[in-house]
Design a protein around this ligand. Structure first.
Ligand code: C2E
Ligand code: MG
Ligand code: MG
Ligand code: MG
Length: 279
């Protein structure tokens, strides 16, 4: 801690900052190479019906298998990809790969993809999604595009038109990490969506305080009012699952059900959950 060293505090801070800046630009330089070298892959996390506990969809989560540093998580490299513009080729790769893999799963299991605002600024993006659906044969209704509320900081018209075009093609749109962004309710009024994913911080907080429990209740009611699917993220205990079942949530996602699994394990997961259903 810099403050504990009188006199040297500022210099210590500068050195730490410089190291941080260097680490970040190293990642940025490395990203372009990694895309060419195909070092990325997807894992899939199941989203289940709260009542049935059967899988409705898998969320595609991006990972980077770095030759020296090992596995790097998206919270580390997505910001760098956004900053460098490399989110466009990387995001396109995610769309194609997720559609390609999901097309091999038995219907109606769907796939959800995370998309950021910059991807919509590229006006070719929606066309690219449609093209991937057509080429892989994945039915549009089996694809969900997840956006966080930060997407609304991009030109509203662009976002509105892009989301509308996707929805009229049959693709579903989900509002991700709901409840922690700005003007949540206004976004619900202004943008047509199909699904609300309640941020995982609520799953924890609702068990600890009445205030947060009430808030989750209200968000679930909001979801019903707008006739959207409500999904609670970060469900880690039976207690949390019971809680959201009692309050009428439609879907759950979290470590209690399963963490993200390798693409090669998705089929096994689906057949196991069939067994559970028929048992
Ligand atoms: P997200 O879209 O909200 O994804 C859910 C994150 O929560 C994932 O982290 C998942 O592994 C984690 N998670 C799931 N269940 C639980 C749980 O029960 N407890 C806890 N503590 N965590 C849980 P991950 O894979 O590290 O992804 C982090 C974020 O990176 C994602 O948040 C998403 O915003 C972003 N991301 C991932 N893949 C992509 C991508 O292909 N494109 C873009 N633009 N962003 C991506
Ligand atoms: Mg997501
Ligand atoms: Mg989320
Ligand atoms: Mg998130």
């Amino acid at each position: 801690e810099a403050k504990a060293m009188p006199g040297s505090g500022f210099r210590f801070f500068d050195a730490a900052l410089a190291a941080d800046v260097q680490a970040r630009s190293a990642i940025e330089n490395d990203l372009a190479r990694a895309i060419r070298a195909e070092e990325f892959f997807l894992e899939y996390q199941p989203i289940v019906g709260v009542e049935s506990r059967t899988v409705r969809a898998f969320e595609a989560l991006l990972r980077w298998r770095h030759p020296e540093k090992g596995r790097i998580m998206p919270d580390v490299f997505i910001p760098a990809a956004e900053k460098t513009g490399l989110i466009l080729p990387l995001g396109n790769w995610v769309v194609r790969e997720a559609c390609r893999e999901a097309a091999a799963w038995p219907a109606p299991a769907g796939v959800a993809i995370n998309v950021v605002g910059d991807q919509f600024k590229d006006r070719a993006f929606v066309g690219y999604v449609k093209q991937c659906l057509m080429e892989t044969g994945l039915a549009p209704g089996r694809l969900t595009i997840e956006v966080t509320e930060s997407v609304f900081s991009v030109d509203e018209t662009v976002i509105r038109e892009s989301l509308s075009e996707l929805r009229s093609h049959g693709v579903r749109v989900a509002l991700d990490d709901f409840g922690i962004g700005f003007s949540s309710i206004n976004n619900l009024r202004a943008f047509p969506i199909d699904q609300l994913k309640i941020d995982r911080s609520f799953a924890q907080a609702m068990m600890e305080s009445k205030r947060d429990a009430d808030l989750v209740d209200i968000i679930l009611k909001l979801g019903r009012t707008f006739q959207v699917t409500t999904t609670v993220e970060g469900i880690e205990s039976e207690g949390q699952l019971d809680f959201i079942r009692q309050r009428g949530a439609s879907e759950a996602q979290g470590y209690l059900i399963s963490g993200p699994v390798a693409a090669s394990d998705v089929m096994r997961f689906l057949s196991q959950s069939d067994d559970r259903l028929s048992a």
